[in-house]
Design a binder for this molecule. Structure first.
Ligand code: HEC
Ligand code: HEC
Length: 372
C-alpha cells in the first residue's frame, strides 16, 4: 500500500471544508442549544417549513415570515408596527429573528424565556395569526403526508402524539441557525483588520464607547459582541401616552391579569397597555415602561426603530439619545426613565460619525440585500 500524495490532498480539502462550517461567525459566541431540543439538519428544515407556512392563520395568509421576512433581515421593515390577519395592526415593531438565539428573554418585554415558548404565541394572538387554539395547526401537521413523515423521522411521533411542543421545537431549531455576524466592525475589532473601518467610522466607535455611553447597555465583550445587556430600561420612548395616568392604568392591568387576562394579547391589542413594558410581565414599579435592549447588529436594515417603531432613521435615534431621551428638546422626561439616559452634548460631526459606525454592524449577507 502506497499512500499517494493525492490522498493527502483529498484529506486536506475535506478538513478545509469542514472547519469553516463548524466555526462560529466572527464576533459571536457559540449558539446556546437547550438540552431538550438538540439541533439536527432535518429538524431545522422542518422548522423552516413551519415558519413559512401561511396555513397556520385564520385567513391562510399570515406566517411567521410575513413579519420576519428573510429578505428584510427577518423583520417587516419599513412597517412601524406589524400587521397580521386582515391587516390588523399590533402595537409593536417586529424585532429581527437574526441572533434571537442569544437572547436571554424574548419579546420587547421579555415575557417568554426561550424561543420554544415564544413560537407558541403568535398563532393565538388575535392581531397576528388569530387562531382560537392549536387544533387547526395540529390537524394539518398530523395529516399532511410531508409533515407527517418529517415529524415521524425527526421526533419519532405520529398522529395524536404530535403536539404544539414539537411544532415550536422545530421552529426554534430553525431560528437557532439564523446567526448573523462577521460585519466590518467584527473584522476590525475581533479580526484585527485595522482597515475594515474608515476614519469617520472609527471616530463613531469612540463616541459609542465613551461620550455616547451606548456600550453600557449595547454591550461588547472581550471575544464577541451581542450589543445587548439583556436587561430592561425605560428610555422615555412612547411613555407620554400613559404618563398622566400611569398609576390607575397599572393598578387596573394588574387586576385584569389576576382575573386571567393574557399578557401577550393585552400588550399587542392595546396601545396604552403596551407602554407598561416590562411592568406588565413582572409587576415591578422599577420596570415601568422598560423595554429590552435590542441588538444593534444589522440595524441599518431594520428601520424604523424602538419598540413602537416611532423613530424613523438612525439619525433620529442618535438625536433622541443626544437630547437625553427626548424627541423634541421641549418634551419632558418621565419619573421612571433610566439613569443611564441623559443629554450627551455630541456635536454634529460626532452624531454623523456615530451613525456611520452603526452602519458597520451590518453582516455581509444583509449588506447584499441592501444593495439589491
Ligand atoms: C403579525 C406579525 C408577526 C407574526 C405573524 C409573527 N411575529 Fe414574531 N414578532 C412580531 C412582533 C411585533 C414582535 C414583538 C412583540 C412584542 O415584543 O411584544 C415579535 C417578536 C418575535 C420574536 C422575539 C425577538 C426578540 O428579540 O425578543 C421572535 C423570536 C419571533 N417574533 C418569532 C416569530 C415566530 C416564530 C412566528 C411564527 C410562529 C412569529 N414571530 C410570527 C411580529 C410577528
Ligand atoms: C440605558 C441603556 C441604553 C443606552 C445607554 C443606550 N441604549 Fe440604545 N436601546 C436601549 C433600549 C432599552 C432600547 C429599546 C427602547 C424602547 O424601544 O423603548 C434601545 C434601542 C436602540 C436602538 C433601536 C434598535 C431597534 O432595533 O429598534 C438603537 C439604534 C440604539 N438603541 C442605539 C443606541 C446608541 C447609538 C446609543 C448611544 C448613543 C444607545 N443606544 C444607548 C438601551 C440603551
Amino acid at each position: 500500500m502506497h499512500i499517494q500524495p493525492i490522498d493527502l490532498t483529498v484529506f486536506l480539502s475535506l478538513a478545509v471544508c469542514i472547519t469553516p462550517l463548524a466555526a462560529e461567525p466572527l464576533g459571536l459566541p457559540p449558539v446556546p442549544i437547550p438540552a431538550n431540543n438538540p439541533q439536527s439538519s432535518e429538524k431545522v428544515k422542518l422548522g423552516e417549513k413551519l415558519f413559512k407556512d401561511p396555513r397556520f392563520s385564520t385567513t391562510s395568509s399570515v406566517s411567521c415570515s410575513t413579519c420576519h421576512d428573510e429578505n428584510k433581515a427577518f423583520t417587516d421593515s419599513p412597517k412601524t408596527v406589524s400587521e397580521g390577519i386582515n391587516q390588523l395592526k399590533g402595537t409593536r415593531n417586529a424585532p429581527t429573528v437574526l441572533n434571537a438565539a442569544y437572547m436571554r428573554t424574548l419579546f420587547w418585554d421579555g415575557r417568554e424565556p426561550d424561543l420554544e415558548g415564544q413560537a407558541g404565541q403568535p398563532f393565538l394572538n388575535p392581531v397576528e395569526m388569530g387562531l382560537k387554539d392549536y387544533t387547526p395547526i395540529l390537524t394539518i401537521v398530523r395529516n399532511d403526508p410531508q409533515y407527517a413523515a418529517s415529524f415521524k423521522s425527526v421526533f419519532g411521533k405520529s398522529g395524536d402524539q404530535i403536539t404544539i411542543n414539537e411544532v415550536t421545537k422545530a421552529i426554534a431549531s430553525f431560528e437557532r441557525t439564523k446567526i448573523s455576524a462577521n460585519s466590518r466592525f467584527d473584522r476590525f475589532y475581533f479580526g484585527g483588520d485595522s482597515k475594515a473601518l474608515d476614519a469617520a467610522e472609527q471616530r463613531g466607535f469612540t463616541v459609542f464607547m465613551t461620550q455616547g455611553r451606548c456600550v453600557s447597555c449595547h454591550t461588547i465583550a472581550q471575544t464577541h459582541a451581542l450589543f445587548t445587556d439583556n436587561r430592561f430600561h425605560n428610555l422615555n420612548v412612547g411613555f407620554d401616552r400613559i404618563n398622566q395616568d400611569v398609576r390607575e392604568l397599572a393598578t387596573e392591568f394588574s387586576k385584569a391579569k389576576q382575573a386571567g387576562t393574557k399578557v401577550d394579547i393585552a400588550v399587542l391589542g392595546n396601545k396604552n397597555t403596551s407602554e407598561l413594558g416590562r411592568f406588565a410581565v413582572d409587576d415591578q414599579w422599577s420596570d415601568m415602561g422598560a423595554f429590552k435592549t435590542p441588538t444593534l447588529r444589522n440595524v441599518e436594515a431594520t428601520a424604523p426603530y424602538m419598540h413602537d417603531g416611532s423613530l424613523k432613521t438612525l439619525e433620529d435615534v442618535v438625536d433622541f439619545y443626544n437630547n437625553g431621551g427626548l424627541v423634541k428638546k421641549e418634551d419632558t422626561v418621565n419619573a421612571f426613565q433610566s439613569g443611564g439616559i441623559r443629554p450627551l452634548n455630541l456635536d454634529d460631526q460626532q452624531k454623523k460619525d456615530l451613525v456611520a459606525f452603526l452602519k458597520t454592524l451590518t453582516s455581509p449577507e444583509i449588506q447584499k440585500q441592501l444593495k439589491e
